[in-house]
Design a protein around this ligand. Structure first.
Ligand SMILES: NC(=O)c1ccc[n+]([C@@H]2O[C@H](COP(=O)([O-])OP(=O)(O)OC[C@H]3O[C@@H](n4cnc5c(N)ncnc54)[C@H](O)[C@@H]3O)[C@@H](O)[C@H]2O)c1
Length: 285
């Protein structure tokens, strides 16, 4: 399949990063969000990231230009009609994703592919909300997208070999390394990562260590580039909570129960970097 146009639905933490790497690779990109403010912030984040990568010599002049000029934004989902591939990156809520994918299914060409950037929700379940389950697949990018090498690829029960092949090829064209995971809640990355983050929040709540002690122990003692509490802030505490809920329900095991302190932080609106406050405070939201 010849891919020219990619629509990215959601311009948040992940959506703007996905739009950036697709544009950098020379694809025409349409980034769509229901919130105009998110589109504005997303384009600002892309410009900051592209300029930084260019200064460091990590991307060429052409890639910089492609990223800055190759993205159109819209609040209208109908703008996705021309896309060969749509990558959905809206909130980590199954009902919202199903509604968005169902709507896209009625809009885009029959041969186009619908990919979801979900962190934990069943691809098989999302695919069933469409009439093209063979062309639905999980493309789980890592945060921050322009810097992280991995894309976890998840086949639903009905995903065809052709869809898988097209998406593996697309990942490589984006300069990423795809790794296949089976369709179980949390796939590989979050099945392993989120219990660690949740445990770090329990350790904080129970006073086992301070925030800085917990993060320092994991950085200096386990060679993690950032501590688990800083990582939770980077992911978004609401996203962490949603993933844990999906794993607890889907795997039926209370070892995935979200820490009450995580719930409290989310209830307070302390969602991490994106709101300027999580376990740490940040100068801009
Ligand atoms: N944050 C991470 O580290 C991370 C990593 C990998 C995957 N993910 C997954 O990526 C997806 C997006 O996460 P995020 O962190 O970017 O969230 P986010 O909250 O930063 O952004 C979500 C965006 O979706 C938009 N949106 C909501 N409903 C919409 C709709 N109906 N149509 C169009 N736009 C809509 C919101 O306005 C918002 O801008 C989730 O499925 C999440 O699990 C997140």
């Amino acid at each position: 399949m010849d891919i020219r146009t990619i629509a990215v639905i959601g311009a948040g933490t992940m959506g703007n990063g996905i739009a950036q790497v697709c544009a950098q690779a020379g694809y025409r990109v349409i980034m769509i969000d229901i919130a105009p403010e998110q589109l504005r912030k997303g384009m600002e984040a892309i410009a900051r990231s592209v300029n930084k990568l260019h200064e460091k010599g990590k991307i060429t002049d052409d890639q910089k230009r492609a990223a800055l000029e190759g993205i159109t934004t819209s609040t209208q989902i109908e703008m996705a009609t021309e896309a060969d591939v749509v990558i959905e990156a809206v909130f980590e809520k199954a009902d919202i994703k199903k509604q968005v994918l169902g709507q896209l299914d009625g809009l885009i060409r029959p041969e186009a592919i619908l990919a979801s950037n979900t962190s934990s929700i069943s691809i098989t379940e999302l695919a069933a909300a469409t009439r093209r389950p063979g062309q639905v697949i999980g493309m789980h990018f890592m945060n921050p997208v322009p810097l992280m090498q991995l894309v976890e690829i998840i086949r639903g029960l009905a995903t065809t070999d052709e869809t898988l092949g097209t998406v593996l090829d697309l990942c490589r064209r984006l300069g990423k390394t795809p790794v296949e995971a089976q369709d179980y809640p949390g796939f590989i990355a979050n099945r392993i990562l989120l219990p660690m983050i949740n445990e770090a929040i329990y350790a904080l709540m129970e006073g086992v260590g301070t925030r800085d002690a917990i993060d320092t122990v994991m950085k200096l003692g386990a060679s993690h580039p950032i501590g688990p509490l800083a990582l939770a802030d980077l992911i978004g505490l609401d996203v962490c909570l949603s993933i844990l809920e999906v794993m607890q329900a889907g795997l039926g095991d209370d070892k995935y129960r979200p820490c009450p302190l995580l719930r409290k932080m989310v209830a307070a609106g302390y969602l991490g970097r994106k709101t300027g406050r999580g376990f740490y405070e940040y100068s801009s939201g």
